[in-house]
Design a protein around this ligand. Structure first.
Ligand code: NAD
Ligand code: TDX
Length: 379
């Protein structure tokens, strides 16, 4: 199996590459990533480069590398640093996908809502022009595509709405990020219908887990605490997100690749609805911050009596209230089930990962917080 994984040096893409490399040791994975600020080569470093022994033998039928030390096959992973909107590079890589199980898995995107409010253009470029370019390459070479998208294309639900997003929910995106993802989804649907491109789509809820950039909610709070900074909650924290562990998302993507119906849209979610306030309180509790020494206001992660241990800060403009995914159809049709169903346990594992991998996140932390400081005010 050969895969081109766009955005494979970002959070979900890198976890996907790591899963495929582990579960499919004969796979050949080409990561196509423009290495924006959100990418991190260190997320893939141990999988890249020549296998132990240099000019290694290869097994008979495929691309697997034989590790002379252990004799076990190891997936081949290469990183091509390029823009997926660059048609010449994209076309060349997609043309190499000639086997029956070969595919493009398209994760590449500008992904952070706050950045899309400050600087929308890269979102239009990567999310819309990038997806268009991938679609054209897949059309030209008749290559299978899976397009990874978000539940944010549906807009938001009221906090007291008992409903959830289903594949029949109308698109109603709120932010430049979600609008460009909605545009990309529409391109994929049009290329399926008009040109017969062999594509599937998935719309997933909020992911958490290792290798997530520290600009995002959960890793930001964990690393703030590890760094002696105060965690930051937008507004009251009443907004609800539907959390899923990144490995569960990627397991669903793999199921769709192997068993999904072409042209179909699959919703992926794990019934993990929590308010941001609840998630913040759980992180603070697990990290021993809430209600312990220190004083309110900026500086120091500890909270004194009556101090929750975090700051309420300026709310996000146009902040979506609630996302909730109904993944019943995906579960029933693909036999996929999330395995990480205890969010508290998943958060503890994520805290442990960031605690053990300071070298992964520390180099960018200061810059991320400096950027937030230009717009955020403690309420
Ligand atoms: P991320 O920002 O961590 O990673 C995105 C990766 O794409 C980065 O490595 C970046 O360098 C790369 N990239 C950006 N523009 C590119 C371009 N023009 N050409 C090549 N590479 C480019 O994002 P993520 O959280 O891993 O999200 C991956 C995908 O999953 C996105 O499509 C996102 O919309 C979708 N998604 C994310 C979530 C979530 O909770 N994070 C939920 C549902 C869907
Ligand atoms: O410091 C913070 N404090 C805070 O309260 C940050 C960074 C965020 N928040 C809030 C905003 C959201 O309600 O937490 C919630 C989650 O924020 P993000 O991590 O920025 O995620 P969100 O905007 O919900 O979008 C995410 O899920 C859907 C991903 O970034 C998208 O790529 C994905 O499509």
């Amino acid at each position: 199996m050969r895969l081109v994984v766009t955005g494979g040096a970002g959070f979900i893409g890198a976890n996907f590459v790591r899963t495929v490399a582990r579960e499919h040791p004969t796979a050949h994975i080409t990561v196509l990533d423009s290495m924006t600020y959100a990418a991190n080569r260190a997320s893939l470093e141990d999988l890249l480069g020549p296998a132990p022994g240099g000019e290694e033998p290869r097994d008979d039928d495929d691309n697997a590398t034989i590790d002379p030390a252990g004799g076990a096959p190891r997936a081949t992973v290469e990183l091509v640093e390029a823009d997926c909107a660059d048609a010449s590079v994209t076309d060349q890589l997609v043309a190499e996908l000639t086997g029956p199980d070969d595919a493009v898995v398209h994760f590449a995107a500008e992904s952070h809502n706050d950045n899309s409010l400050a600087t929308p253009w890269p979102f239009v470029h990567s999310n819309i022009v990038g997806t268009y370019t991938i679609l054209e390459a897949c059309r030209r070479h008749d290559v299978r595509l899976h397009h990874v998208s978000t539940d944010e294309v549906y807009g938001d639900l009221a906090l007291d709405d008992p409903g959830k997003f289903t594949p029949a929910t109308a698109y109603n995106p709120s932010s430049p990020y979600s609008a460009t993802k909605a545009g990309a989804d529409m391109l994929v649907r049009a290329w399926v219908r008009s040109f017969g491109v062999r594509a599937t789509l998935s719309n997933c809820s909020n992911n958490y887990g290792p290798y997530q950039h520290v600009e995002k909610f959960i890793p930001r709070q964990i690393t703030n605490i590890l760094d002696g900074r105060r965690p930051r909650l937008y507004g009251s924290g009443a907004n609800v997100r539907d959390w899923i562990h990144v490995d569960d998302h990627n397991a669903a993507v793999l199921k769709i690749l192997s068993h999904g119906d072409l042209g179909r849209t699959y919703l992926i979610g794990a019934d993990g609805e929590r308010s941001n306030l609840e998630v913040m309180q759980t992180i603070c509790e697990l990290m021993g911050v809430a209600g312990t020494g220190g004083s309110a206001g900026s500086g120091g992660a500890g909270g004194g009596s009556g101090d929750p241990g975090f700051d309420h800060v300026t709310d996000r403009p146009g902040h979506d209230l609630r996302y909730a995914i109904d993944a019943t159809a995906t579960r029933a049709e693909l036999g996929w089930e999330p395995r990480h169903t205890d969010l508290r346990e998943g958060l503890q594992q994520t805290i442990d990962w960031y605690t053990a991998h300071r070298d992964w996140w520390e180099p960018v932390k200061e810059q991320v917080e400096a950027r937030y400081a230009t717009t955020e005010k403690v309420l």
